[in-house]
Design a protein around this ligand. Structure first.
Ligand code: CP
Ligand code: NVA
Length: 320
């Protein structure tokens, strides 16, 4: 067994492990910048760099310990649009997969790349990566949280509903990593969340507490219809996250929390439906909603690129 190496002295770097690392003002700045950049390049080919190329010469290394389509492609295209480049590593085919330590990997990648994005299981691994890295580390999803997704979700909410403070957001299904970041966003951006989950699948109390302490109304209920009533935004996600076992009991418990048209009808008439994707249509959401007029899931997916750009700019000290 190798000993844990001493912490090297690192310059100040902005890592984005959770939304609170940036805070409400920086997140608002990210959303503004994302909207401006999105508007400025409307109609352009996706690979054409933004006019200012603010990250020219910069390299992002991405380490994936779990599958990804959106996070992987959006960070890669985001770096290209900002004038930089990205490198995609599958952790299973790196020496990490053979037991090289997170600490050593962090220090090596810090010498070779200007920022590191990590998708992994245990949140402690990304904290360790940030501890030993000399460059910004970005959370591309852990079992605990998915902050990059939520910057895109906030951008999508603002595009469709205009203002976050006081918004009534309703979550249905599993109390998972995506919900944790929504609750953290609520605390920072001052909106309310109704959380409809079966007993035993509630979110981590830490995130509920954080939002309540910030003055948000957070309702925990097992009544999906009540949670949907007059909501502005309805959100769900897979009932079985990556790395979880597909337990029959869990799937059975989730049945009353499927988002269908009857649930949508209880919300405000201009409510929107969000899903981070990938979706399991027929499980957590019915096709009538997923394909329906209130669904903005593909705007949300596209917004991953615009959001990643702002997150990267913040990490490099060029924003907020
Ligand atoms: N929403 C999201 O993170 O998608 P991927 O798993 O495809 O990256
Ligand atoms: N909760 C899901 C999100 C996927 C983007 C998971 O962790 O698998």
């Amino acid at each position: 067994m190798s000993e844990t190496p001493p912490l090297e002295i690192a310059p100040v770097v902005r890592s984005f492990l959770d939304l609170s690392d940036a805070g409400g003002n920086a997140i608002a700045a990210m959303i503004d910048d994302a909207q401006d950049r999105k508007t400025a390049r409307r109609g352009w080919p996706k690979g054409r760099p933004d006019a200012d190329q603010p990250l020219a010469g910069h390299m992002l290394a991405m380490v994936f310990g779990k599958s990804s389509t959106r996070t992987r492609v959006s960070f890669d295209i985001a770096m290209r649009q900002l004038g930089g480049r990205a490198l995609i590593l599958d952790s299973g085919t790196t020496q990490l997969g053979r037991g090289e330590s997170v600490a050593d990997t962090a220090r090596v990648l810090s010498r070779m790349a200007d920022a590191i994005m990590v998708r992994t299981d245990d949140h402690a691994k990304i904290e360790e990566m940030a501890h030993y890295a000399h460059v910004p580390v970005i959370n591309g999803l852990t079992d605990r949280s998915h902050p990059c997704q939520i910057v895109a979700d906030l951008l999508t909410m603002i595009e469709h509903r205009k203002a976050l403070p006081g918004l009534e957001v309703a979550w249905f299904g599993d109390g998972n990593n995506v919900l944790h970041s929504i609750l953290e966003a609520a605390a920072l951006m001052k909106f309310n969340v109704r959380v409809a989950t079966p007993a035993g699948f509630e979110p981590d109390a830490h995130f509920v507490q954080m939002a309540r302490q910030a003055g948000c109304t957070i309702t925990l209920t097992d009544d999906a219809a009540a949670a949907a009533s007059k909501a502005d935004v309805l959100v769900t996600d897979t009932w079985v996250s990556m790395g979880q076992t597909q337990a029959k009991e869990k799937l059975a418990a989730m049945e009353p929390f499927r988002v269908d048209q009857a649930l949508m009808a209880r919300a405000k008439s201009d409510a929107i439906f969000l899903h981070c994707l990938p979706a399991h249509v027929g499980d957590e959401v019915r096709a009538e909603v997923f394909e329906g007029p209130q669904s903005v899931v593909f705007d949300e997916a596209e917004n991953r690129i615009h959001a990643q750009k702002s997150i990267l700019l913040w990490c490099f000290g060029k924003l907020g």
